[in-house]
Structures are given as C-alpha cells and as structure tokens.
Design a protein around this ligand. Structure first.
Ligand code: AMP
Length: 114
C-alpha cells in the first residue's frame, strides 16, 4: 500500500478509518496511534500536501480546519482543561503523511515542550 496516499485512501473509503466528522470541506478521524486520550486528525477533502501549499486561493480552508478542531474539542469535553493543535510541515517538522492535517490532542496534560 502506498503510505503516501493513505489519507486520500481514507477519503475514497479504500481503507477504513474511524471518521467522527465530515462536511463538504473537511474530514476528521481518529489517529490510528493516539498520543493522547483524544487524538483526532482533521484534513481538507481536497488534497493539499503541506502548509507550504497554502495560498491566497485556498487559505480559508485553514479557518475551517481550525474551527472544526475547536468544535470537536468542545464536543469531546476537552475544551475547558485544554488541548494542543499541531500542524507538522515536511521532514524537519515531523510530517510523515504528505497530506495536510491538523492534530487535535487532549484528555491529559501534554507537557510543556514549547
Ligand atoms: P504526521 O507525523 O504529522 O504526518 O502525522 C501523521 C499521523 O497519521 C500519525 O499520528 C499517525 O499515527 C497517523 N496515521 C497514519 N496512518 C493512519 C491511518 N490509517 N488512520 C489514522 N491515522 C493514521
């Protein structure tokens, strides 16, 4: 299986994922190897490889991705205690899957690395 297109395969329903939210613009599903009690990935429904590919034309998608993450945080009840949103970009940023995705992490104290 081509690991590179794994999120594309999830969108096309070629592989299973625990999808918790979907609308016309974004899809959110549980991370397969959760790093926290709540670990959700939010992706655009049209392929954007990384943060480097955000431009004037598609920049509004970021607002929708972040708004969705916040809604999910509230729905899962982690909003009051807090959560972390992470968007890795390319090799040094630790991006493994070349499909733009926002991590929503919470449900425990996540430490103070930053
Ligand atoms: P990143 O390192 O920012 O590219 O994050 C990629 C994330 O995708 C990791 O946290 C993986 O655990 C997660 N992941 C990889 N494959 C799958 C999958 N099939 N379903 C859900 N999450 C996945």
């Amino acid at each position: 299986m081509d690991q590179k297109n794994i999120f594309l395969k999830i969108l096309k329903k070629e592989i299973k994922a625990d999808i918790i939210y979907k609308d016309k613009i974004v899809t959110a599903f549980k991370d397969i190897k959760p790093k926290a009690p709540v670990h959700i990935l939010i992706i655009p429904n049209t392929l954007i490889i990384s943060a480097n590919d955000i431009n004037e034309e598609n920049k509004n998608i970021l607002t929708h991705i972040f708004t969705t993450a916040i809604k999910i945080a509230k729905k899962t009840g982690i909003d009051e205690k807090g959560y972390r949103l992470i968007l890795n970009c390319n090799k040094d940023g630790g991006q493994e899957i070349p499909y733009l995705h926002l991590h929503l992490l919470g449900g425990k104290y996540l430490g103070d690395i930053l």
